[in-house]
Design a protein around this ligand. Structure first.
Ligand SMILES: Nc1ncnc2c1ncn2[C@@H]1O[C@H](COP(=O)(O)OP(=O)(O)O)[C@@H](O)[C@H]1O
Ligand SMILES: [Mg+2]
Length: 234
């Protein structure tokens, strides 16, 4: 579904991503792990077009999207839930959900999807007309993921969905991610919480200092390479 070849991202003198290649197959959940500053968010943001790739090539669903606008990538079915959630705190829960569907032209489908997330997360229904900023961190993350799903992506990129959340909430969020995978959604999940990310991962990439260090099944990462200790602190 996605092929990335030799992706590089630079911010002036800083090389954040160095010739990174990865693939994501239809229906796969791929985990992208690595320490702080490894270039994970830069990779995600290059995939959605929020930052420009300095070099490399990205093919999504058979189309070269290397230079495509973010909006067109969303239309094509590639969406992210950025790090730090980025819900619109002053807009209501309902308005946040509607913004996620901004690229769609099927009001009936949008209404159906809205209903789906409101029944999946009753707290979003209770707070539908309230400012999203009044939600707890975990509720905001549920809203942020629901908002991304409102664009009906084929591939969803999640950047640190567990960041700053209590363990019980983290487990709930990953249960939901597992459910999305079971429904057939293709996912790339960036995490520092390796234990949670590896619960559902089919394959894992580990990056540090912008370069790929490991590519393979989760079991091998834990058993043979000791990379979890080396790069992720256990
Ligand atoms: N907008 C930016 N301008 C300059 N440097 C940046 C910017 N964003 C990230 N960086 C740098 O790029 C590197 C990778 O950052 P990032 O992609 O956020 O890593 P991660 O998500 O793995 O923590 C870091 O050294 C970071 O300081
Ligand atoms: Mg990051």
């Amino acid at each position: 579904m996605l092929t990335v070849e030799n992706l590089s991202v630079r911010y002036g003198a800083v090389a954040a991503v160095r010739e990174l290649s990865l693939t994501i197959g239809r229906g796969e959940l791929v985990a992208l792990l690595g320490p702080n500053g490894a270039g994970k968010s830069s990779t995600i943001n290059a995939l959605t077009g929020l930052v420009a790739a300095t070099a490399g090539r990205m093919v999504f669903d058979g189309k070269d999207i290397t230079r495509a606008r973010t909006e067109d990538r969303i239309r094509a079915g590639l969406t992210s839930t950025p790090e730090g959630r980025h819900i619109f705190a002053n807009l209501t829960v309902g308005e946040n959900l509607r913004l996620g569907a901004a690229t769609r032209r099927d009001p009936k489908g949008v209404r159906q999807d809205t209903e789906r997330f409101l029944s999946l997360f009753p707290v979003l229904a209770e707070r539908y007309a309230q400012a999203a900023g009044t939600l707890s961190g975990g509720e905001q993350q549920m809203l942020a993921i629901s908002r991304s799903l409102m664009s009906r992506p084929k591939l969803l990129l999640l950047d640190e969905p567990s960041l700053g959340l209590a363990p019980r909430i983290v487990a709930q969020i990953f249960d939901f991610i597992g459910q999305l995978k079971n429904e057939g959604l293709t996912l790339l999940v960036v995490e520092q919480n390796a234990t949670q990310a590896l619960r559902f991962a089919d394959r894992v990439y580990v990056v540090s200092s912008g370069s790929l260090r490991y590519d393979g099944p989760p079991a091998k990462l834990a058993d043979e390479h000791g990379l979890l200790n080396l790069y992720l602190g256990g």
